[in-house]
Design a protein around this ligand. Sequence first.
Ligand code: RB5
Length: 145
Amino acid sequence: MKISLGSDHAGFELKEHVKKYLESKGIEFVDEGTYSPESVDYPIFAKKVADDLKNKKADYGILICGTGLGMSITANKFEGIYAALCLYPTMAKYARMHNNANVLVMAGRLMGSTLADETIDTFLSTNFEGGRHERRLNEIKDFEK
Ligand code: RB5
């Protein structure tokens, strides 16, 4: 499994933590920036991660901005991206089980590192349930046409 990671300045510190966490778990990742706490625009990084998923350079994405809102709004503009803002593990559990989300979005200004670790663990270890949820996701895909 490979993860594409991206953040703006408000998510930079948490992204740096997440890199260490993924490393400690032996999970491969590509860091698409930002690479410093200097102010940047979040849409650029949401696109980089979306492109990695589209080009099969990664299986899942993790995006972090201050609230997670800007990254969610941007990432969901790209076809095939189902980005879910998860502020705690239960949201991550259902984002995978019911929504089959492929991008986990977190809030660098609202979440501590332990909460982020547990949210990532849950996201990466939970499978999509399919069934009635598949039908609903197909309805979303119809709207994309
Ligand atoms: C940056 O100040 C902040 O607006 C951004 O990180 C994000 O929270 C936007 O949704």
